[in-house]
Design a protein around this ligand. Structure first.
Ligand code: ZN
Length: 260
């Protein structure tokens, strides 16, 4: 069973009538419900408003894949929780970033770049092309699929060159965008998936739901979580594997602990 947590910012659902009508249980609720149709996935939800945003150390330690949707309140996510999520990704937790999560603290920390793009809200058609036919994230998808109404995101998308580009979008207004990108960060598999503007029913779309299910399976790292992922232990001369005589000036005397 792949333990999956769908994290929703849960702001638009509370403040915008259109969004509340499309997603009465929140976007996170809709995504979790569709994932739970897969007998190998056990999806639960967490939101910004919960203590520690629903992402305590214990919860993350028990999470195989985390899914993140955010937009209006990236700045309200505590640095402590964002850094905690990143540490769990480094140790092997999978992470899917959806739509405007390109500006989420967790994504920017993991990418190390500005992650900016161009955008337009005109309800235009998006056509997503599969660019990596045999990739597990696009299993069962046609060569392309369309979303009749979406927000446009356009290149240049200032992210590091991905491991794989799995999907590319074309928009009715003419722009293109790399819509499905994979990364490895530490032991963690990371996938950015573009669609999902809050005022359109994107997460009800069967092809979008298939991508998310496939991506959960792809991101799941079944190996044991890496422990002490941020430690940098010293290996003193007297414990070297082969006999070794120390030479040259020594900056750090034995027992000194000022440099790590
Ligand atoms: Zn949007």
């Amino acid at each position: 069973m792949i333990k999956t947590v769908v994290w929703g910012e849960n702001v638009h659902e509370q403040t915008n009538k259109t969004v509340a009508e499309i997603y009465p249980n929140g976007m996170h609720g809709c995504i979790a419900e569709s994932l739970n149709n897969d007998p190998e996935i056990q999806a639960t939800t967490a939101t910004l408003q919960e203590p520690e945003h629903g992402l305590s150390e214990a919860r993350l330690a028990d999470t195989d894949v985390l899914i993140w949707w955010g937009h209006a309140a990236h700045g309200d996510v505590s640095d402590e929780v964002a850094e905690r999520v990143v540490r769990h990704v480094w140790s092997g937790m999978g992470l899917l970033l959806l739509h405007s999560a390109h500006f989420a603290k967790v994504f920017k920390l993991l990418m190390g770049t500005a992650c900016n793009l161009t955008w337009r809200e005109a309800g235009e058609r998006e056509r997503l092309w599969v660019t990596s036919r045999n990739h597990p994230i696009v299993h069962g998808l046609p060569d392309y699929f369309e979303l009749e109404n979406e927000e446009m995101y356009g290149e240049p998308f200032s992210v590091p060159e991905p491991l794989e580009t799995v999907l590319i979008s074309w928009f009715q207004g003419g722009e293109v965008f790399r819509s499905g990108l994979t990364y490895k960060r530490g032991a963690g598999n990371v996938f950015y998936f573009r669609p999902g503007h809050e005022t359109y029913p994107t997460y009800h779309d069967a092809n979008v739901q298939r991508v998310l299910k496939n991506a959960v399976h792809w991101a799941h790292n079944s190996a044991a979580r890496v422990q002490q992922v941020t430690d940098a232990p010293n290996r003193p001369v007297e414990q070297s594997i082969e006999p070794l005589i120390a030479r040259g000036a020594k900056l750090h005397e034995a027992g000194e602990d000022g440099f790590k």
